[in-house]
Design a protein around this ligand. Structure first.
Ligand code: AMP
Length: 281
């Protein structure tokens, strides 16, 4: 694996490889690499001759300073996992490298209602931060294919929109969520859970499964209230649990039995905020 820290160096190297006929599959991450990230890299390797992983804990997407400060950093272990996985290239830039002019006056993107719902309500400015880093990284890397996880469902929608806005030629691939044997979605944040919190954390998956098996056409309000109660019974403090159209992400409260829907949840086990989602039909 080749490790790049400088934008100009990786841009030049990847341009040369593309001129030589290689296609580049890119997986952006914030590190603390786990099997979920590896599944994205495996998909990228199947469909490209070069796989690039970027690791950058982006300060502009954290609306709570403590969350940024507590974000797990395990870079030595990450490098070992990526090498074992035969990732070709790792991009590990500094904050100065990504934001040479600082983070005060960055571009904003017209995301519309997408940033006013769910994560957008509870993490104001988060998606602007995601777009700032993704537009910068995508220019530096210039990948042919971009792989992202449906675990962050709303983020996938936001990136789809961003790629249209910046007219990026990269092709976005959405990959399924990898889960622990008990159903908990793999996440870098899971390593911050205590033993007791880890046991309760499975409640988010159980709640989504129960929602999926009990959804019926008609009003969904009672059903959503029940879901919130189930989640709370696992000691979760709930930010939201909701259902939306699977392609537009417009929240719905009445279901016709046909519309494709996804349920989304975000909740805290004490200090640790977890998110998950599941398609309902
Ligand atoms: P992160 O490092 O958390 O920003 O995640 C980097 C990428 O990995 C994002 O596209 C995530 O959606 C994806 N990802 C995170 N967890 C999982 C998972 N359990 N299964 C599949 N993809 C994931």
């Amino acid at each position: 694996m080749i490790l790049f820290k400088k934008s100009d160096d990786i841009t030049l190297h990847l341009k040369r490889m593309q001129t030589d006929g290689h296609t580049i599959g890119w997986v952006p991450t914030m590190g603390a690499i786990h099997k979920g990230h590896i599944s994205l890299l495996n998909q990228a390797r199947k469909e490209n001759n070069l796989t690039v992983c970027s690791i950058f804990v982006n300060p502009t997407q954290f609306n709570v300073a403590l969350d940024f400060a507590n974000y797990p950093v395990t870079i030595e272990k990450d490098i070992l996992m990526l090498e074992e996985n035969e990732t070709d290239i790792l991009f590990l830039p500094s904050v100065k490298e990504i934001y040479p002019q600082g983070t005060e006056q960055l571009e904003t993107f017209p995301l519309g209602y997408l940033e006013t719902i769910f994560e957008g309500v509870f993490r104001p400015g988060h998606f602007q931060g995601v777009c700032q880093v993704m537009s910068r990284l995508s220019r530096i890397i210039g990948a042919d294919h971009l792989y992202m996880g449906e675990k962050d469902y709303q983020q996938c929608m936001v990136i789809k929109k961003l790629l249209e806005i910046i007219q990026s030629p990269v092709r976005l691939h959405l990959c399924p969520t990898l889960r622990e044997p008990d159903g908990l979605a793999m996440s870098s944040r899971n390593m911050r859970l205590t033993e007791g919190e880890r046991k309760n954390a499975v409640g988010i998956h159980r709640t989504l499964m129960e929602m999926k098996s009990s959804i019926r056409p008609g009003s969904l309000e009672e059903w959503l209230l029940r879901a919130k109660k189930t989640l709370s019974s696992f000691d979760f403090k709930v930010d939201y649990i909701a259902i939306a159209d699977a392609s537009t992400l417009m929240p719905i409260t009445e279901w016709d039995g046909i519309q494709k829907t996804v349920a989304l949840a975000a909740a805290f086990q004490h200090e640790v905020r977890l998110i998950d989602n599941m398609r309902m039909n």
